[in-house]
Design a protein around this ligand. Structure first.
Ligand code: SIN
Length: 540
């Protein structure tokens, strides 16, 4: 059957394409712009990344009582020993340099008496979390990076452009196909080096702390292009998101427990010490599951976070954004317990990447949440993600910059045509499909999974996937397609991993089966899920 070719034009030719404008993308662009012309492509506006809303802070071993070895062992321990040690070493050792650099560029982390203050958070053995304006750390870091990027003449922006697909042939990436969100115009952006920094997938769950942008676009397009995705079953649920019928699941930073806040069940009892010896300071996966269990046993939809004993002035000053936001929903957190429940927050898996951001496709690099270099293992240590974006964004950029000068393939035109072929179509009821998907994932592939729930979810996801035909052009439709594909990858990987580890909890396989299972799952288009280098013997 002959298909029509969508009308398209060629966009500006850049030496480097950075897709995504969160912390990893901006840091990468600032490195790349020293080596050539950079085009940053972002859906929506450059001010809407998840990084912008990060509250708690950035973990870094800069406190006098701390050192990189302690940060390293906390990272590996929180990740249940699944984390790749080379990646964790890079993170903790290069972290201090990246943060000092950001401070030199104008980032204002909070100080008391002229000294930086370091907060303590769950699973950290030392106080090591820097923050800005109390609970607006991401905003402050992004402010400085955006301002610096604005001053660089070799950085150009394509805001409100949705990246539809990567331009890939014979295992190499040559650029991307984008759609203008306002006009619908399709453009081909050729580039020798493409860096994906599109963030996470939180929106595939009915309850998430993520912004509306987190629809897994980068992972889905890399998957369609043939790249390997890794460890997709590991989705982190933040223990404490606001639970009110009238509000979105707004994040209530772990730093609140770090400062002395406590969790209480429906009867007002503190309960975490019954689940983990570190109680309020336990790792995120344990706290989230303890809340889940407490909610189930008391048939309640939430538990409470109590910070009332910390004092009015302290709370208002330390958590101004959280204080104001809760007040808008009629909760004065200085006087009332806050209803909270877990919400999807972060995916440890993603596009398989090395410590220099290299992926399984030549010319394609990935950094930040979209990537999986294994640094977080089975459960990310609190406040390691902003640091990850900075460190690995910078490293991926350095390796992309060292690519040999790209020679355009002779067949670029016919390659481009291949990616814009097919009848243009729209989803019949995309909004309904999106909501059904989010509910399905929440109910069947959430904090607690079983083989049965995963099989049911996979069957439904496959049906939806095959229903999507033709070439979609509207951003909302393209997002739904990406969400379904990423949800399928997560579900397949969760089904394949028949034990519980870190954030992946199987009710039918509640224990961890020992080191033979401590390996990384890999999934790619048209190939079965694998656990390379594992002998799948039943242990433990
Ligand atoms: C928080 O402040 O609790 C979230 C920060 C993070 O995800 O590391």
């Amino acid at each position: 059957m002959k298909h029509a070719v969508t009308k398209y034009t060629w966009g500006p030719e850049a030496d480097f394409l950075v897709i995504g404008s969160g912390i990893a993308g901006l840091r990468a662009a600032l490195e790349l712009c020293e080596h050539g012309r950079v085009l940053i492509v972002t859906k929506g506006s450059r001010f809407q990344s998840n990084s912008m809303y990060a509250q708690g802070g950035v973990a870094v071993a800069l406190n006098a009582e701390d050192n990189v070895n302690l940060h390293f062992s906390d990272t590996i321990k929180a990740g249940h020993q699944l984390g790749r040690e080379d990646a964790a070493r890079v993170l903790v050792e290069e972290g201090p340099t990246r943060i000092q650099e950001l401070i030199a560029w104008g980032t204002e982390f909070d100080k008391v008496g002229g000294q930086f203050v370091f907060a303590r958070e769950g699973a950290h053995s030392r106080s090591r979390v820097l923050r800005a304006r109390g609970d607006a750390t991401g905003h402050e870091m992004i402010r400085v990076l955006l301002e610096r990027a604005r001053q660089r003449s070799t950085i150009q922006w394509f805001d409100r452009h949705f990246t539809k697909d990567l331009l890939v042939a014979d295992g190499r990436c040559y650029g991307a196909v984008v759609v203008n969100e306002i006009t619908g115009a399709v453009q081909i952006l050729p580039s020798a080096g493409v860096l994906l920094t599109t963030g996470g997938v939180g929106q595939i769950y009915a309850r998430t702390t993520n912004t509306e942008n987190a629809t897994g676009d980068g992972m889905a397009m890399a998957y369609r292009a043939g790249a390997i995705l890794e460890d997709m079953e590991f989705v982190q649920f933040h223990p404490t998101a606001l639970y009110l019928p009238s509000s979105p699941p707004f994040l209530l930073s772990e730093a609140m427990r770090g400062e002395g806040g406590v969790l209480r069940n429906r009867k007002g009892e503190m309960f975490l010490s019954r689940y983990h010896p570190a109680a309020e300071m336990a790792p995120r996966d344990s706290v989230a599951r303890a809340i889940w269990a407490e909610m189930a046993s008391s048939r309640s939809r939430h538990v409470y976070l109590d910070v009332t004993h910390l004092g009015k002035a302290f709370i208002r000053n330390r958590f101004p954004t959280i204080y104001r936001t809760c007040l808008r929903f009629d909760i004065d957190i200085t006087e009332e317990w806050i209803p909270v429940s877990p919400s999807a927050h972060y995916v440890m898996g993603g596009i398989k990447a090395g410590i220099d951001g290299e992926t399984s496709l030549a010319g394609l690099f990935a950094a930040g949440e979209v990537a999986c270099n294994g640094v977080h293992g089975a459960n990310r240590l609190a406040s390691n993600s902003l640091l990850e974006g900075l460190v690995f964004g910078c490293r991926a950029a350095k390796s992309a910059a060292s690519l040999p000068a790209g020679s355009k393939p002779a067949h670029l035109k016919s390659l481009a045509a291949r990616f814009v072929t097919g009848p243009v179509s729209t989803l019949d009821d995309g909004e309904k499909l999106r909501n059904s998907l989010r509910r399905l994932m929440w109910e069947k592939v959430g904090l607690v999974r079983t083989g049965d729930s995963l099989v049911q979810a996979l069957a439904q996801l496959s049906r939806w996937d095959t229903q999507i035909q033709g070439s979609l052009h509207a951003r909302a439709d393209l997002e739904v397609k990406n969400m379904i594909q990423v949800a399928r990858c997560i579900t397949e990987a969760a089904l394949g991993r028949e034990h519980s580890l870190g954030a992946h909890y199987r009710e039918d396989f509640p224990s961890c089966k020992g080191s033979v299972w401590k390996t990384h799952s890999q999934i790619r288009l048209s190939a079965p899920l694998t656990f390379p280098s594992t002998t799948r013997r039943q242990a433990g």
